[in-house]
Design a protein around this ligand. Structure first.
Ligand SMILES: [Zn+2]
Ligand SMILES: [Zn+2]
Length: 228
């Protein structure tokens, strides 16, 4: 899949990705047609705001933001986006406090000397929760390892997995040496669980979106078993 940086690119009907050239920021996914749901905001809100403008998508149409975890490269743009849109924010219950309090240690903002403001969380997620948006039904999978509250979002019908920093394409996976609660054993267990799922499109928090996602995740699991 070839992607132009800093534009919103459709990866399947009603699902777009924003990738920007700043290396540290996460991928951002925008889902919907009249109303929109965002998965991770990236480090800076202006990237998404500019891209939405370019695609004639109004800021008011952004209703929900789901965070795959609380690291600053995924949530740095959150506060500004929420102020400009009043979107509801969801994250796994075990990392909600870090976002609400703007905890610079847990979110790794301190590590990279980045500012961070607290943002209220509307919904604290648990494993097995269902998030319905438009025609999509996203199942929340709690996949600890990269952080204690990392989640993936699985859309069974569309066979797409939004995997945050738990698993990347080409047999790669998230690091386990960062707060909050990075844990190698947990990550291997999470990858084992994900490798069982029927997935075509793997839509991770960084780098490439790929087809045949299940085979990519199996490779990640096999590699993680050896090295973690
Ligand atoms: Zn990340
Ligand atoms: Zn991360």
């Amino acid at each position: 899949m070839c992607i132009n940086l800093s534009d919103l690119i459709e990866i399947m009907p009603q699902i777009k990705i924003l990738r920007v050239s700043e290396s540290f920021t996460s991928n951002v996914y925008l889902i919907g047609q009249d109303a929109y749901l965002v998965i991770d905001t990236g480090l800076y809100a202006h990237n998404l705001i500019d891209a939405m403008k370019k695609s004639n998508i109004s800021l008011e149409s952004l209703q929900n933001i789901i965070l795959t975890h609380s690291h600053v490269d995924h949530i740095g743009g959150l506060n500004e986006l929420v102020e400009k849109t009043s979107a509801d924010v969801s994250i796994h219950e075990s990392e909600a406090n870090y976002v609400e309090e703007g905890d610079k240690e847990a979110t790794a903002a301190a590590l990279f000397s980045l500012p961070l403001q607290g943002t209220p969380i509307a919904r604290k997620l648990q494993d097995g929760d269902i998030i319905r948006f438009d025609e999509f039904v996203f199942e929340v999978l709690h996949t600890p390892g990269h952080t204690c509250g990392s989640i993936c979002l699985y859309e069974k019908e569309a066979r797409i997995l939004f995997s945050g920093d738990t698993v990347f394409a080409h047999g790669s996976f998230g690091r386990t040496d960062l707060p909050p609660g990075g844990n190698s054993k947990d990550l291997v267990n999470s990858l084992e669980r994900l490798a069982e799922l029927n997935i075509d499109i793997l839509a991770p928090g960084h780098m490439d979106v790929v087809n045949n996602g299940q085979s990519h995740i199996k490779k990640s699991y096999e590699t993680a078993k050896i090295y973690l």
